[in-house]
Design a protein around this ligand. Sequence first.
Ligand SMILES: O=C(O)CCC(=O)C(=O)O
Length: 342
Amino acid sequence: MKPFRDSTDLVGDAARLRARAEEDGYLFIRGLLPVDRLERTRLEFLEVLREVGYVDAAGYRDQLVNPANIPDGRGSLPNETYAKLYLLESFHALQLEPALLGIMEGLLDPPVLAHPSIIARVMFPQREIFTTPPHQDFPHVQGTADVYTAWFPLHDLPASMGGLAVAAGSHRRGLYDYRPALGAGGMAVIDPLGGTWATDEFRQGDVLIFHSLTVHQGLPVTGDRVRMSVDGRYQSAREPVLERTLLPHMGVTTWEEVYAGWPSGGSQYYWSDLELTSAQPSDAHLEQVDNRTLEEFEDGSLPAELLTKSLGALERIIERDDPERRERAAALLAAHAASDRN
Ligand SMILES: O=C(O)CCC(=O)C(=O)O
C-alpha cells in the first residue's frame, strides 16, 4: 500500500483542501486534534475496559488485552460495554473540536451538522476475520452522499495496531457492488481496487477525513493491544438526514441516559437549533447483499464463517415479496435445518 498523501500543509486554505478532497476522496491531516483531549478519552475508555476485564489490570494504560476475557466470535465490544463508553462526555466532545469543525465547514455548505450518532470502535487484537471489510459509508449513512467521515485513533497507531486504509479516487465511481462479509457494516466491495490503496501509521492527533463514497477498510490488529478509534460524520444541515443519525449509534443507549451523568450542560442536543429535513431510509443495499448471499449459498461459495449471518439474510429474503427468491431461501433454510438435525 502507498502512504497517504499528507494534506497538513493545506490546513487554513479551504479552497485547496476542498480541491484535494474532491481529487483523492480523502484528506490526511497530522496533529489536527489536541492530544490532551484524546488522551483523556483514551484513559476513560480504558477504565471501562479494565472494569469489565478486557484489558489487563496492570497494563491497562498500555491497552494490553486480557486474552482469557476477550469473547470468542467477535472482533469488537458487545453492546452492553459499548453503551458504557457512550455515556462519556469527553468522547462526544471530540467530534465538535473547533479544528475539525473548521475543516468540515470548508468542505461542506454551512451550517454543518456533526451527526450526533458518533461511533467508537474498540477492536480486539488477533481477530483478523472481523477486520472492517472494504466499504463505502453512504449505504449506512444515506440522506446525502455529501457526508465526510473523520476517523482518528485515540492513541499512536503503529502498523501492529491495524488502522484504516482508503482507496484513493474510488469516490468518483458511484456505488459499488457488494458481497456479504464479517466485520463492521457486514458487506464488502467486490472490486479489489488494486493499486489505489493508501494507509499510514497515525500519531495521536492525526485525522483521516473521507467522502461517503470513498471505499475504505480496516487493517488487522496483530499485536496484543486493543485499537480504539472514533468516527465522526458531518454533512451540510441543508441536506436531508436519516433520523437514526440523530440517535446514539446502533441504539446502544438513549440521549436521556447519556446526558444524565454529564457534569456540564455542555453540548447536549447541540443539533436541536438546526432546521433539519428527514430522509426516508432505504435497505436497497442490504437487499442486494442478501440476494448475493442466496446465490453464494446455492453455489457453495459462501465461506463457512458467514453461515450464521447468512441464515439471517435468508430469513430477510422470506419476508420480502419476491416469490421466486422466497422459495429458494425457504428451500435452503429447510435443507439447513434438516442437516442440523442429522
Ligand atoms: O474503524 C474501523 O475499523 C472502521 C471504520 C469505518 O470504516 C467506518 O466507520 O466507516
